[in-house]
Ligand binder design. Structure first.
Ligand code: 3Y8
Ligand code: NAP
Length: 249
């Protein structure tokens, strides 16, 4: 009998949770607790960190988890690294559900940078109107480039005013659509977009809009993740679960 833990926080994790609910699988979806009201799920939800690798390994053992499915965001690198080690330590089957990185297509004007610090450095130069589509966690780093007029987009209203001298804040959660992002970027007269290579469809609208508006994009590449079994589609994860069930593991 399977007992599944899904590490969530992405569109794909929610799609997987819906499939597991349809199949009446015993499954729990886990959120870190980063936002006030995470999306409701059709399976039980737990919220909060596990307490590092040891905490997750203990959670897996104590709850008799048989399968750990890491469906977190590609930039949730600490969670993903912990999941690989904790699953091995607890003897639990592990797979990651992750989306392929976006690739530039005809008309895209991307500058790839390895990390947030490099994205900050790439903003040296005269004041521009910059859409900082990175959420809340990394905003302060861009204080090193205070000359720009920033457009920020957070999931929740912040407790403190963001530390960028000139900014406009939009409080909105995705998934976003091209029409909405086009209107936002046009209205705010955006000249450049900074974003993470999140992959997937939920955050992709701004790239389509940037292509239409012929805007440059600073694309932050993904952090390196440990070697692990990966799937790009929910149906592949369901196949992996079925295959292991057939083998009685
Ligand atoms: C708490 C749980 C679903 C999942 C929806 C996806 C799509 C919409 C687009 C932009 C980019 C950004 C941000 C973004 C998107 C989906 C997905 C995705 C990007 C929720 C959610 C949680 C979070 C955490 C939040 C981060 C922030 C990042 C905003 C739920 C809504 C910028 C990532 O305030 C904070 O501390 C927010 C933190 C990590 C990155 C940051 O540095 O601020 N996501 N986002 C999860 C938890 O607690 O475990 O409410 O659904 C989930 C989603 N956000 O099921 O529909 O699949 O990626 N999330 C990025 O891609 O750069 C917004 O504005 O264009
Ligand atoms: P992270 O930096 O890799 O993880 C930091 C710590 O947060 C982890 O060590 C763990 O705490 C806790 N954590 C992270 N994800 C968790 C989960 N799903 N369930 C329980 N605990 C979790 O992670 P992050 O980048 O802050 O991402 C947090 C959440 O937001 C994840 O669900 C992720 O999928 C979602 N998200 C992140 C981004 C992004 O840009 N980073 C974008 C969209 C969605 P302990 O060590 O105590 O176990």
């Amino acid at each position: 009998m399977s007992n599944i833990l899904v590490l969530g926080g992405t569109t794909e994790a929610s799609a997987l949770a819906a499939s597991l609910a349809e199949r009446k699988e015993a499954a729990v979806l886990s959120y870190a607790g980063r936002v006030a009201n995470p999306r409701a799920q059709p399976i039980p939800v737990r919220i909060g960190g596990f307490g590092g690798i040891d905490g997750l390994a203990e959670y897996l053992r104590y709850n008799g988890v048989t399968h750990l499915i890491d469906a977190t965001h590609p930039f949730a690198s600490r969670m993903s690294a912990n999941a690989v080690v904790a699953a091995a330590r607890a003897g639990v089957a592990h797979i990651a559900l992750t989306r392929p990185a976006w690739v530039a297509v005809e008309g895209d004007r991307w500058t790839r940078v390895p990390d947030i610090e490099a994205a900050v450095a790439a903003l040296s130069g005269p004041a521009r109107r910059v859409m900082l589509a990175l959420g809340r966690m990394h905003v302060d780093a861009f204080g090193a480039q205070p000359q720009h007029e920033y457009l920020l987009r957070f999931v929740d209203a912040p407790e403190h005013v963001p530390g960028l001298p000139r900014h406009h804040l939009v409080v909105d959660r995705g998934p976003f659509d091209v029409e909405g992002d086009l209107a936002l970027m046009d209205t705010r007269r955006i000249e450049m977009v900074v974003c993470k290579n999140a992959g997937g469809s939920g955050a992709q609208a701004k790239l389509h809009a940037a292509r239409i508006l012929r805007l440059p994009v600073i694309m932050i590449e993904r952090p390196v993740l440990p070697a692990r079994l990966e799937a790009h589609r929910v149906e592949d994860v369901l196949g992996w679960l079925a295959h292991r069930a057939d083998r009685g593991v």
